[in-house]
Design a protein around this ligand. Structure first.
Ligand SMILES: *Cc1c(COP(=O)(O)O)cnc(C)c1O
Length: 478
C-alpha cells in the first residue's frame, strides 16, 4: 500500500482539505466517501471551522486596521450569500453583524435570536410589512433606497414611536468587477440615490424633516462583487466622504457611519488570486484615512459587508457521476461530458454569470491520463453546466464521486427546484462530527405545495405568518 502522507489541496478548497493516501478527498477530517454514504448525493458540504476562521479573520483584520486609524469597523455578513439558523448563530458567536434584505432573511435571523441592533436591512423595494417587521424587531439600520421608502419608514417608525436608524444607499458611479472598475458609468441601475443632480442631498433633506422618527447614520455603497483590488473602493469612499462633508457644511451634522459594502473576491479556480482579509483591511483603512484627511473630515465608524469571502471557500458540492459521453468537438479535441446528479438547480452561477469552477474526483485517485471534460447537470438545458472546462482523469466513469469547491456562497441561496429536482441538503462538517443544517428536500415537499389552503398547514393554535411560517398570536415564530 502507498504509505505517502495525505496531500494538501490548493487554496480553492477549504483549509486543510486533503487527498488521503488511498486517493479520496477529505474535508474537515471527513472522507467524502463516508459523507456520500451517510448523506447521499448531491450534497452541499460546509467546513464549519473554515467559515469560523474566515469570519474571525475579517473581524480581527478590520478591527485592527481601523483601530489603527482611530475608529472602529463592524463586519456585517451579507446573508444573501448563504443563510440558515445555524449559520446565523455561528456569525453571532464570532462577533459579526448581519445584513438581510427581505422579510424571509429577517425571519431566519429572528429564529436564530440574532439581536436586532446588529442587523442591517437592505433592499430596493422592501414592503411596508417588511419595514414594519424590521422596526418592531429593533433592526439597527435600514438602508433606505428610494424617496418612497423614506416616507414609508418614517410613517411606520412614527406609528411605533421609534426613532429608526437609517443609511442612504448611494450610487457612487463606481462599479467594480474582478480586476476592472468603472468610475463614471452605472447610473443606469436600480439601486440607490444618485450623486448627480443633487438627488442624494434631497434625500438627506427629506430624512432630516423627520427628526422624531428617522436618524440618519450615514451613507452606504456597494460597488460590486468578486473584487480583487481596492481602487474601486477608494473612488467610492472619496465620493461618499465628500458628501458627508457637504452634509456637515449644509446641515451642521457629522454623520457617524460609513458603509463600504462587500464584494471581496475569492478563488473559484487557481487563476484567481484574492487579497487576504488583513491586506484588504489595511488598504481600505488607508483609503478612508486619506479621503478624510484630504478634506478634514473626522474618520467615521466603518462597516463592511462581505458575504462570498466568508462562506464561499468553505463549501464543496459533492455529486455522483451518472454518465460520461465523449464528444468529438474537433479533430484534435474530444470533450468528455460528465453528467452529475445535480446541476443548474443547485448551482446556477455558471449559467447566470458564466462563472468558472473546478472539480476533482472525490472517491479515488487515478493514474489515467487527463482528458478535457465538461461537468454538466441533469436538467433539460444545454446551458446546464457546472464546470465548463476541467481536466479529469480519462477513466472518469459512472459511480465516481465528484467534488466542486468554492460553492459555499450563492449556490444554495440561488438554488431552484427546476425540473422538480429536490434541492440538496447542507451538511456542516467539523472535526469529529457533522450535522444537517438544512435537510434534503423531497419530492413530497414539492408536491405538498400544490393547491392546499396555506392556513390548513399550521397546527391548531398557530396562524400563518406573514413570511410563510406558523406563528403564535404573540408573533413568535414556530
Ligand atoms: C451582495 C451584497 C453584498 C455581499 O456581496 P459579496 O460579493 O457576497 O461580498 C454586500 N452588500 C450588499 C448591499 C449586497 O447587495
Amino acid at each position: 500500500m502507498d504509505a505517502s502522507p495525505a496531500a494538501t489541496l490548493s487554496a480553492v478548497w477549504p483549509m486543510g482539505a486533503e487527498r488521503t493516501p488511498d486517493g479520496a478527498l477529505r474535508v474537515a477530517g471527513h472522507d467524502l466517501r463516508d459523507v456520500a454514504a451517510q448523506y447521499g448525493t448531491p450534497a452541499y458540504l460546509l467546513d464549519e471551522a473554515d467559515i469560523r476562521t474566515r469570519a474571525r479573520a475579517f473581524k480581527e483584520a478590520f478591527t485592527e486596521a481601523f483601530g489603527a486609524i482611530g475608529t472602529q469597523a463592524d463586519v456585517f455578513y451579507a446573508g444573501k450569500a448563504f443563510l440558515c439558523t445555524p449559520m446565523a448563530r455561528l456569525l453571532l458567536d464570532e462577533g459579526l453583524s448581519l445584513d438581510v434584505c427581505t422579510g424571509g432573511e429577517l425571519a431566519v435571523a429572528r429564529k436564530a435570536g440574532f439581536p436586532g441592533d446588529r442587523i442591517g436591512m437592505h433592499g430596493n423595494n422592501k414592503s411596508v410589512a417588511e419595514i414594519e417587521d424590521a422596526i418592531t424587531y429593533g433592526v439597527g439600520r435600514l438602508i433606505v433606497d428610494s424617496f418612497e421608502e423614506i416616507e414609508r419608514v418614517a410613517h411606520v417608525a412614527a406609528a411605533h414611536g421609534v426613532v429608526q436608524g437609517v443609511m442612504l444607499r448611494v450610487k457612487t458611479g463606481v462599479e467594480a468587477h474582478t480586476h476592472e472598475f468603472i468610475a463614471t458609468a452605472h447610473e443606469d441601475q436600480k439601486f440607490g440615490f444618485s450623486l448627480a443632480d443633487g438627488q442624494l442631498m434631497d434625500a438627506v433633506g427629506r430624512i432630516l424633516e423627520h427628526p422624531d422618527s428617522l436618524r440618519l447614520l450615514g451613507f452606504h455603497s456597494h460597488i460590486g462583487s468578486q473584487i480583487f483590488e481596492s481602487e474601486g473602493f477608494a473612488v467610492a469612499a472619496e465620493r461618499l466622504i465628500n458628501v458627508q462633508l457637504q452634509v456637515a457644511r449644509e446641515h451642521g451634522i457629522v454623520l457617524p457611519e460609513l458603509d463600504l459594502g462587500g464584494g471581496f473576491g475569492i478563488a473559484y479556480t487557481d487563476r484567481d488570486t484574492p487579497l487576504s482579509a488583513p491586506q484588504m483591511a489595511g488598504q481600505l483603512a488607508q483609503i478612508v484615512q486619506r479621503a478624510c484627511d484630504a478634506v478634514g473630515h473626522p474618520v467615521p465608524h466603518i462597516s463592511i459587508e462581505p458575504g462570498r469571502a466568508i462562506v464561499g471557500p468553505s463549501g464543496v458540492t459533492l455529486y455522483e457521476v451518472g454518465t460520461v459521453k465523449p464528444v468529438q468537438v474537433r479533430d484534435e479535441l474530444t470533450r468528455y461530458y460528465v453528467s452529475v446528479d445535480g446541476g443548474m438547480s443547485d448551482n446556477p452561477r455558471p449559467a447566470l454569470y458564466e462563472a468558472d469552477y473546478t472539480a476533482q474526483l472525490a472517491g479515488r485517485a487515478s493514474e489515467a491520463a487527463p482528458v478535457t471534460a465538461r461537468v454538466v447537470g441533469k436538467h433539460c438545458e444545454s446551458g446546464d453546466i457546472v464546470v465548463r472546462d476541467v481536466q479529469l482523469p480519462g477513466d472518469v466513469r459512472a459511480g465516481d464521486l465528484l467534488a466542486v469547491p468554492a460553492t459555499g456562497a450563492y449556490c444554495r441561496s440561488l438554488s431552484s427546484q427546476y425540473n422538480h429536482v429536490p434541492r440538496p441538503p447542507v451538511i456542516a462538517l467539523r472535526d469529529g462530527g457533522s450535522s444537517v443544517w438544512i435537510r434534503r428536500e423531497t419530492i413530497g415537499d414539492l408536491l405538498a405545495l400544490e393547491g392546499r389552503n396555506e392556513r390548513a398547514n399550521c397546527p391548531v393554535g398557530l396562524r400563518r405568518g406573514r413570511f410563510g411560517g406558523c406563528e403564535a398570536a404573540d408573533g413568535a415564530l414556530r
